[in-house]
Write a protein that binds this ligand. Sequence first.
Ligand SMILES: Nc1nc2c(ncn2[C@@H]2O[C@H](COP(=O)(O)OP(=O)(O)OP(=O)(O)O)[C@@H](O)[C@H]2O)c(=O)[nH]1
Ligand SMILES: [Mg+2]
Length: 494
Amino acid sequence: MEYQPRRKGKEKAPSSPSVDNPFISQYRPPPGETEEERIRRARAAQDAQRVSKEIDESLLETKKYLDRRRRGLRLLLLGQAEAGKSTVLKNFQLAFTPSLFQRERMLWKTIIQLNLIHAVKIILDTLSTPESPGSPTDSDSTLPPSPIFTSSALSRKHRRLHLSLSPLLSVETNVNKLLSSSRPDSRDVCVRAGSSWKSKLGFQDSARYSTDSEQGLSSAQAAAMSDLTRMLEASSDDLMALWADLEVRTMLASRSGGKFIQNHPGFHFLHDIPRITSPVYVPTDSDIVRARVRTVGVEEHHLVGETDSQKGSDFYITDVGGARNLRSSWVPFFDDGNASLVVAEGHVAHTKINLAQAILFLAPLSFNQMLDEDRRVNRLEDSLMIWRGICSNALLANCILIIFFNKRDLLENTLESGVLVNTYVSSYDGPNDAAHVTKYFKDRFKSYFKKLSPKPRPFISYSTSAIDTRAMKALILVVHDGIVRNNLANSDIL
Ligand SMILES: Nc1nc2c(ncn2[C@@H]2O[C@H](COP(=O)(O)OP(=O)(O)OP(=O)(O)O)[C@@H](O)[C@H]2O)c(=O)[nH]1
Ligand SMILES: [Mg+2]
């Protein structure tokens, strides 16, 4: 869409003389005008002029805004649910806007508390459901089973723990309701990023929020959050007893093939119960990148660089929800139709203006896991399917594509625990270690890339662990520099 500046009200259009200008002729004095009519006409003309000026200013603002967007770095994060897109975004914020990240730190406290309680809920649900012979035992069983409390396998101690932790679960439900504009998702962690949860947690704007402030909260929200902190502190001993219980661990391991505990977002916080349940708990950077908030829809984040080397630089990072039912919101990035997209700050821009310079595709090598939303679909096959669509898309032909083979730490844990890749991928006959396995899958992604790209472009891939903030910071600087200078050559860094 080309921007055409509007002509000022007083300027004459070259092809039509002012006598024909309906705007001017409308406010010309009619013959025999009374004083009252003259005042009314003058007022109407003034109003019309004011509106015209406002429209001009707004168009100018929009033009400035779009020019700024064009000059900034525009990055699109894609990949399936739980691939680590939002975690990579947090790493960008840490690298380029550290003081904003610092100001938002306390917002994550509630999310992390909810993540911890969600993990406890999964444990209690699992314990209270009898194991049926046909129930899935694979490592990715993240769906909590139905909460029928038959408890034959539970001892008196477990029942007491279940009972004493129940009020905590109710408080979690209340906080979830306050934070989510839609029905909370029982499958996953609580709040939805698209529902402006940060403002619901009291973050009014970057300048006004302070770590101890609750001024932006309604009294109901503030009460629910302090209830949450109080209940967690009171339940700390029971939480520790539950997590330390060997019988509980054994039962969880047998229900999940022994692996899903360490992989499920939220379970990580069980290792830190005393710290997180403390009333003076302050989340660390590592806690924040571990915190899980499901993204719904498309969110554009505008970062303005704060560090010396990036001061004032604009970054427009678009994060999307990766679950299958949310992928329709990706269409504006793949389809050259006339669709418009509402972008930040209330401006509406044509999709072409939104085209990213680079796509960061997150592909965890979760070869032994199925999608939560369709237990018949292997996660890695799903990633390959999305990747093929991105590579072959003509609209994205000039876009730099970068893959992060994410969750390297989990891949290493899985392989070290003895899971054989060959059991899941029969064509794999290499050594069962992370380097060889990563190379094998990288070659598969690369061959689709070469075959399907509308024109030749470099294949750029990195093996990442997005929870490793230090390594991510170094990588983000390399990637940013490469995009800006357009010098990301074929890269096989692993
Ligand atoms: N262990 C480990 N966990 C990771 C890694 N990257 C992300 N995570 C965790 O995985 C969970 C999901 O990550 P997100 O960034 O929320 O995933 P997403 O791609 O944004 O998912 P959607 O918003 O549902 O599309 C979070 O709890 C992260 O902390 C990683 O490299 N290793
Ligand atoms: Mg996300």
